[in-house]
Design a protein around this ligand. Structure first.
Ligand code: NDP
Length: 330
């Protein structure tokens, strides 16, 4: 029986790991927010590649679960004693906790940020996880400066599109890899000075040509298995190898001596550690919102699906049929 303080909402649920077909559209019970929590009615939900890792079981969480780590919505209830948030506020979050593929969800109040009225919710739901990722990668993990040359894999993707625009605005020369001519055209529009269709051309050879044998200061590699080794080969002496995802699979282990020939730096960062404190979260989100407002970031929401059809969104994302960001509408 559903108690008076719980209500039924629709959500996508995962009961077993597998393909897109394991995403089920179900009724779930939603309680009242407890101390430190708010209840949020989602307006737009961001789809991210990490949702696929959880669905497949590459990353684990307790079963059954509601996937999703990015959304914008309106506060419908606040927990006892909570100040600073009220019913009707429009808030956004990206990162932990998992559970945004739902009409309504409970969130820790300290994980959300207010959405400036000037920012369209559909844009906001595409920049919390993806935009803050671009922010920490370019501004904190490795600090991109004018004159640097950077290599971005999956340059037309959700994160990739933002990385290219932002790196260009920071004054870097941007080289982007993509799988098709259409994606190359988009990456060019997003500020890629050079695009490489890595399904057809050897990207290491091309980067070598483009940089006259010098290599790049940093590689932002979210593709993983298929690109990792080549990425190391594209780096300058003392360059930064930033592997932040594995869309093609987890890369093979790296023998440390492989880094010695060029004294390379290697890191595998995660957004959660770069937005661990409230101050980091506010600063990161603030910088992203400011860049959207000033036009540095033009967010491409190229794919919208009804929330109930999340399986279709997953199939398209993991089969490389998408570019820019993908959102679900409850
Ligand atoms: P994308 O929009 O970038 O989608 C993935 C893209 O990767 C595809 O469109 C495709 O582009 C490329 N790709 C290359 N090989 C494959 C393959 N074998 N299968 C599928 N795709 C492939 O997704 P997101 O923007 O959501 O995420 C990008 C990456 O960044 C993911 O790996 C994600 O996990 C990671 N990430 C990591 C974070 C962190 O904190 N470490 C935070 C956020 C994202 P193309 O067709 O051009 O090759």
């Amino acid at each position: 029986a559903v108690s008076q303080s719980t209500k039924m909402v629709k959500a996508i649920r995962v009961h077993e790991h597998g393909g897109p077909e394991v995403l089920k559209w179900e009724d779930v019970e939603l309680g009242e927010p407890k101390e430190g929590e708010i209840r949020v009615k989602n307006k737009v939900i961001g789809v991210n590649f990490i949702d696929i890792y959880f669905r497949k079981g590459v990353y684990k969480t307790a079963m059954p679960f509601t996937p999703g780590m990015e959304a914008v919505g309106e506060v419908t209830a606040v927990g006892p004693g909570l100040t600073g948030r009220k019913v009707g506020d429009v808030v956004a979050y990206g990162g932990n906790p998992i559970g945004s593929y739902a009409e309504e969800q409970i969130l820790p109040a300290d994980k959300v940020v207010p959405v400036p009225p000037s920012v369209d919710p559909i844009i906001a739901a595409s920049i919390m996880l993806k935009g803050m990722t671009a922010q920490f990668l370019l501004r904190r993990c490795f600090k991109v400066e004018s004159g640097h040359t950077v290599l971005v894999h999956a340059a037309a993707g959700g994160v990739g599109s933002l990385l290219c625009q932002w790196a260009n605005a920071l004054g870097a020369t941007v080289i982007g890899t993509v799988s098709s001519k259409e994606k190359a055209a988009q990456a060019k529009e997003d500020g890629c000075h050079h695009t490489i269709i890595y399904k057809e051309e050897d990207f290491v050879t091309r980067v070598n040509e483009i940089t006259s044998g010098q290599g790049v200061e940093v590689v932002y590699d979210s593709v993983g298995k298929d690109t990792f080794e080549g990425s190391l080969a594209c780096l300058k002496t003392r360059g930064y190898m930033v592997n932040f995802g594995q869309s093609s699979g987890i890369p093979d282990p790296v023998p440390l001596p492989a880094l010695a020939a060029k004294s390379l730096f290697l890191t595998r960062p995660s957004l959660m550690q770069y937005t661990a404190t409230r101050d980091e979260l506010l600063e990161s989100a603030g910088e992203v919102f400011a860049n959207v407002a000033s036009g540095v970031l033009r967010v491409r929401v190229n794919h919208k699906y009804p929330l109930s059809q999340a399986a279709e969104a997953h199939a398209d994302l993991e089969n490389r049929r998408t570019s820019g960001s993908v959102v679900l509408i409850p």
